[in-house]
Design a protein around this ligand. Sequence first.
Ligand SMILES: Nc1ncnc2c1ncn2[C@@H]1O[C@H](COP(=O)(O)OP(=O)(O)O)[C@@H](O)[C@H]1O
Ligand SMILES: [Mg+2]
Length: 472
Amino acid sequence: MAAGVAAIFLFALVLHLSLVKEETSHLLERENRAARTLAASMRFPITQVLLYEEIGLVAEAGLLDLYITRLAGNKDMRIAYVMVLGPDGVVLSHSDLTQFHKQLADPLTVTALAAADITLTMVGDPLNGGVIDVAAPLSISSKRFGTLRFGYSLAGMSAEVQALTGKILYISMSAAVLLVFIAFVAARIMTRPIRRLSDALNSVRLGNLDPAPLPERNDELGELHNSYRIMVNRLREEESERKRTQELLVSTEKMATIGTLAAGLAHEVNSPLTGAMHGVQALRKESLPSQKRDQYLKVVGESLENIRRAVSQLLDYSTVHATHLSDCNVGHLVGKTLELLDFQLDRGRIEVANRVPPLTVRADAHKMEQVLVNLVLNAIAAMPSGGKLDIGHIEDGAFLTLSVADTGCGIPEENLDRIFEPFFTTKGTGKGTGLGLAVCKKIVEQHGGRMRVSSRTGEGATFFISLPYTPR
Ligand SMILES: Nc1ncnc2c1ncn2[C@@H]1O[C@H](COP(=O)(O)OP(=O)(O)O)[C@@H](O)[C@H]1O
Ligand SMILES: [Mg+2]
């Protein structure tokens, strides 16, 4: 655009200069013709006067001076100076009286005296106070009486040129401005569709995969639009494929965890079941005093309630739920998770501390429970001969961070970067899937949160889950 504008102005300037130059030379030619005509019309009456003087018909100088004064005084004739020279260069009459009787010998006079016809000489700058010096021989057949010389003023012409220059400048600059405006509008019209496409591409970059409504076109831009649509569609397909894979990973991990939990459940159900069976057997005896009967009934009821609770916890955990954000009480959630894993923790001789207060975050309760179950099961696996599990919290501005710390084997430094990768496990085949932490991280990130770990071999591990949080 800038180059175009510069080119247009340069063109206008060159056009302007060449027009002015051409017009000036036309005008100069016209002025030359006018000066020549004026000389031709003046030379005869003056020759006549000189002839009359020579033959003594009129008094010497009187008529000539009158004539010269009239000529010089007539503004319409544009005469700057006028003189009549004798054959030897003596001034016979002059518009400037001080020149009278002087003998002129300057080069112009010398040429004028020698010339046989009218001669025109440019003196000075035609556009700045210049004159055309005109010399006309005064003669009748071969008899030369003298020479008429006058300066034809070009002041009128330079005024005319100035007016013309202004007009041409005005027109050429208006044309230049108009051209610039047209160029600007055309550029805008041309760049708008490109900008629209670039905006659409930018919004893809920012993660918006809804195709922008770009018009159908038959040109190169239309081809780009088609490529854009194909690209967006492919990205959408890939994105939904990726989501499907992720969901699959989450549910695969969950199935594996349910397997672990179910194995625990069998043990957990066993003892209340035995208790209940004993109770029922005792109740069969008819001679049982009513006080004892009530006691047995209570034992059976409590045992059955324990079994019901264990089974319903596992059922609840195994149900697949669509993601649904709600206000969750994190203290509560941690308590519920620890209850679900009660048997595993007991069997692993693990001392548990839940120090999380009942704070509220916006989260999917089932997904967060899955995260906590994973972390606690990992901690249990890391403490084969018992230990401590401490669940705490840190509030830092816009985040609520839960910490799950164990006193287990810890994680060697070279593995710290890899534990969140899917399928990374140090547990033997059939024992670990390697999906637990990958799924935890995914879930936490879907909540707009972050997950990290701090650990050293032999010194236990602490996992941190930060979730977006608005303190109330
Ligand atoms: N609390 C922990 N202490 C020590 N190592 C851990 C802990 N949690 C996870 N890890 C390490 O991270 C690996 C990956 O864990 P995870 O993704 O849950 O898969 P999995 O439990 O199936 O192995 C584990 O195999 C283990 O080596
Ligand atoms: Mg695990």
